[in-house]
Design a protein around this ligand. Sequence first.
Ligand code: GLY
Length: 388
Amino acid sequence: MGTMETAEAHTAVHAAAHTAAHTSAVPDALPLTLDYPVFCAVGTRQHLAAIVQQVAPAHRIAVISDDTVAAVHAPQVMAQFEGSTASLFTIPPGEQEKTRERWASLTDALMAWGAGRDTTIVALGGGVICDLSGFVAATYMRGLPVVQVPTTLLAMVDASVGGKTAVDTPAGKNLVGAFHNPAAVVIDPEVLTSLPPAILRSGLAEMIKHGVIADVAYFDRLLQALPSLLARGAQAPEFGALIAGSVRIKAAVVAEDSREGGLRQILNFGHTIAHAVEKLLHYDMLHGDAVAMGMVAEARLAERLGMAGPGLAAAVEDAVRRAGLPTRLPVGVSAASVVAETLGDKKARAGAARYALPRALGEMDPADGRWSVPVADPIVMEVLAGLL
Ligand code: GLY
């Protein structure tokens, strides 16, 4: 049970005196073609209140976070909202919290607090908090503005940008959700210093994905930087530019197809297999780790189908291995069980799972504008059998 239902957990701030944060200069946003600004620079989180004031001024600010992230970042964030009516709502950490039940308890807590349509939500956390808070924002009184403040690498380069919000259900991941663009995204690479190395590393998977699907030069740059990223972690000087590069790739895709009618499906490379494996493991696997292994599988699938030339799968596998991420199915997970799970995927149509597949590094197969293809189960089985 989260702490949000208890009155003590509400850090309500009504002080009127201190308004320094509201007068601080808002930094430049990245030059993107999105309808909302994405800020990405060291120190940007210090300007959060000023950014909220600029993009979504509100009577009340509801900051949603998890207990782990809040312990590290909430004091600094809440202090910025002195002078506003602001409150912190926290839930326990973990993918198992991304449920309809948690959505219900959060919305109930917001109602008990008196949140109305003049409230802005600030989502402070990793992918789970991005998706869950986004869904709360999308649905609360038919929609509140949300400012995403991602605190994990994965959330910075993927979950916080693009407006996908969702909760998981026992039938699968992200099966209930809505498209709801953020009012702004505030990325501060400095917050990565508080991340455990395994969680930081897991985020590299989505960066590799962005290179594979759209930009071979970015893929090469990332590969070159990997030794430094792994050795120095968040202190690596390359991180800021690489995060911005990844956001640029994702933004270009979602700007063209925000509701996943076509092109946006390329962002699902690696994800059909990843989601199936995550579900089989009851989400007890880092999403990025699952995507890493899923990309290896799906790159092999692309080659096996003749959609990609020889060498593509080896290049993807090499990148994943060099990032220290898994290249094989987890122990105890059978190829048959993964194939069975893929049929419950959101992308499945007419009973067949669909895959967004690359035809070369930096280039996805357009599949006549559908950007994903069905693949017969025996072929998927054969490929997965090679990854045991
Ligand atoms: N994470 C995939 C997407 O945003 O479409």
